[in-house]
Ligand binder design. Structure first.
Ligand code: ZN
Length: 134
């Protein structure tokens, strides 16, 4: 079986890391798939998705600061929108993740959470969730 869901994510900051683990768990429950995989895809060019620590909130803050330092905003970029830093950060983080499902649960490490990255907010974003299995 295979199900595709699209969820809306409202972002509130220029750059932000939003925990979305619960929304993905809810989609898996809704699909009733017990064993299979979830593919998450971000159909945007200045937003991204990753999996990382969901214990110390300073990790979120430090990741945003680290990315900001890796890709400073004003480097004489040519792109007319003025958001080249956001395009670059989104490509560094990436636009998809795959997570396995076992006995109806996501297989994630103890400290792992699923995070949606905004790099050019605030905006209303879409996340595509494809769940396959049986
Ligand atoms: Zn742009």
């Amino acid at each position: 079986m295979e199900f595709t869901y699209k969820i809306s994510i409202e972002t509130h900051q220029d750059s932000e890391m939003i925990l979305i683990t619960n929304q993905i768990k809810e989609a898996v429950q809704k699909s009733k798939i017990q064993n299979g995989a979830v593919i998450l895809f971000v159909p945007h060019t200045t937003a991204a998705i990753t999996i990382n620590e969901n214990a110390d909130p300073d990790v979120k803050r430090d990741m945003l600061v680290g990315l900001e330092n890796m890709v400073p905003r004003n480097q004489g970029f040519y792109h007319y929108e003025g958001n080249s830093h956001a395009h670059i950060k989104a490509s560094i983080i990436g636009f998809d993740q795959t997570i396995l499902v076992e006995n109806g649960s996501l297989i994630l490490g103890t400290w792992q959470g699923i995070y949606f990255f905004e790099f050019d907010g605030p905006r209303r974003r879409t996340l595509i969730i494809r769940i396959s299995g049986q």
